[in-house]
Design a protein around this ligand. Sequence first.
Ligand code: PLP
Length: 387
Amino acid sequence: MNTPTYLDFGATTPIDKRVLSVMLPHLEKTFGNPSSLHSWGQSAERILDESRRIMAELLGALPSEIIFTSCGSESDNLALRGGAIARREAGGFNRILISPLEHPAISNTARQLAQLNGFEIETLPVDNTGRILLEEMESRLGSDVALVSVMAANNEIGTLNPVQEIGALCQEHKIPFHSDAVQYGAHFPLDVTKLPVDLVSLGAHKFYGPKGIGALYVRSGTPLVPVQTGGSQEFGLRAATENVPLIAGMAKAFQLVQEEGPRRIQHLTPLRDEIIRYVLKNIPGSQLTGADPDSRLPNHASFVFEGLDGNLLIQVLDSEGFACSSGSACKTGDPKPSSVLTHLGYTPEWALGSLRVTLGKDTTRAEVSRFLEILPDCVQRVRETAQ
Ligand SMILES: *Cc1c(COP(=O)(O)O)cnc(C)c1O
């Protein structure tokens, strides 16, 4: 029996050993509060400043434009809620435009902003791979728009959005633009000197950093009010005593993405393409969801299988030693198709049978081969159970 194989790196990644070795001394010794004036505080502040400088430099940003948060979700909350409220305070802007395929950290935050704060939420048109349609989008950029939020890469179907073009349109209309780059930034470089974005969310645990730490890039001058109020940490935008070990770990992990990104992509892309080719050829009633290989995340293969319970397939694969995920958020017994797949027009007959395979930087060809050897039979078994 082979050791179990993790193929769910889109959900989370293990901490890289090099990241851990940066964090450990700080967990043990750097316990001072960075706001304290004594030497304990000052040594913690030095690590905080240095980590912020590293993040900023890698993004082409200023250190004062980096806000550390507790996760990607919190970065999304701060950008959307803090950005929308600030814009309404400043000029009465009341409409928020988002992609219809956003992570719940955006879609549910938008829903609450509509219910509790009276904002008008509009979802932008997308094509059948989930990409924003630019012309349709531009026609909606009226003078009452508070904020546009479009994810750079979709977690469920892997599709990349034309962030450069979306940002350029927003800039033309003088509307702040937020992009959730929690998935995108785990693979690709982001250079805010070239990319017309005002707010960008990142989360460390998607790129071999620790959980419980994220960052929001905030371009200087972008209207934003804090969501978590209290002390004046993080330039007054996020109150809380800073978690220095996690922040240092995030900076190290992000540095490794930039250094090793091209090599990781080179390793991942052919493995991903092999999975896509094999599945479509060898499993009847299968479809790729999301974009073609040239505009999707390099580690991401996602499918729907007709007439199959996706959650049951995950369980069967798990019993065979492979960890994958389905698009459906609900448990077996109460199946509900994912809103992303439903929005893209998949009927429940297809959408309930979703599978997401996300590879890691250290995934081997042998692991992929073993996975593909057992997958068709697992699909077949699950289909037979349904009858
Ligand atoms: C994982 C993820 C999030 C949430 O990040 P957390 O750090 O888990 O809160 C937000 N957006 C996308 C696209 C993600 O993949």
